[in-house]
Design a protein around this ligand. Sequence first.
Ligand code: SAM
Ligand code: SF4
Length: 327
Amino acid sequence: MLKDRFGRVVNYLRISVTDRCDFRCVYCMSEDMQFLPRAQLLTLEEIATVARAFVELGVSKIRLTGGEPLVRHNVLWLCEELGAMPGLKELVLTTNGSQLHKMAGSLKSAGVRRLNVSIDTLDAERFRELTRVGDLDTVLKGIESARAQGFERIKLNCVVLKGRNDHEILDLVEYAAAGGLDISFIEEMPLGRISEHDRARTHMSSEEIRRHIESRHALIPSTESTGGPSRYFRLAGSDSRIGFISPLSHNFCGSCNRVRLTAEGRLLLCLGNEHSLDLRRVVRAHPGDTEALKSAILAAMELKPERHHFDVASDVQILRFMSMTGG
Ligand code: SAM
Ligand code: SF4
């Protein structure tokens, strides 16, 4: 079992398989975001080796994210590799949904068990405005394809920006409930410098979002926990779960069970701190070998910080964008 220096079990690895994305969401990227040179990204084989090292150390859940994981060439190969890895109990993926209409079936066959699909609005024009380039219809079609494949669970992720999409919260809840989907509302995090909007003005706390939903629907608290920043409720009269991801207003660090691998192979010990370890150097020095990686990972557990200190009101403290780390 992998543990950090505070005794917290680390059993969940989130892997950003690419920093590239076909969308440029206003809260996630600046308009002129430059992607990393290809040679700096881990190859899919290197990602698989790093993942194997983690699984050999006791990690049982992996989430593939990005950037947009489904725009990485051959990502299905990686899903199949991970899906067949002994010891890995859960392979899940977070996507913007732009490729799901083509890939949902192959992802399911490769062993991906659950999907998170990001969708912040059900209005096509607003969708284009918030993603800068995305097409709502394609994403809705993708969600339908995923539903037809019968994934164990599909969860929608919605970043709420006051004055931009907060008036759609109830519509999004009802869309999720009608399709038997779960939905989580996410507080915007101050990652990376953006100029499109002022984060202090658009911030809407999970508490406000929850009260708004409760103006129309009863929410039943659930004890379910993923060890992360989410709190879950059940929507009365439906199978849907409503989650609130509150990195700003709810400190979850005490139960944090996760680490993150960036697309360039940096192991991040905390989303809200810069502590990291260069695993690309290790995997390139020992291709295909997990022993050196495992020693490096065990040493890195000593660096995992006790907590983060996010604050929307002050200047941005973490300069990397969410697309670098995958959320
Ligand atoms: N491209 C995929 C997607 O959009 O689902 C996966 C990567 S994306 C970085 C993962 C999640 O992070 C998405 O649900 C997105 O809405 C969320 N996200 C991005 N930037 C964020 C920010 N500044 N604050 C909070 N959530 C953010
Ligand atoms: Fe791309 Fe996801 Fe970031 Fe949007 S949130 S720009 S889809 S990585």
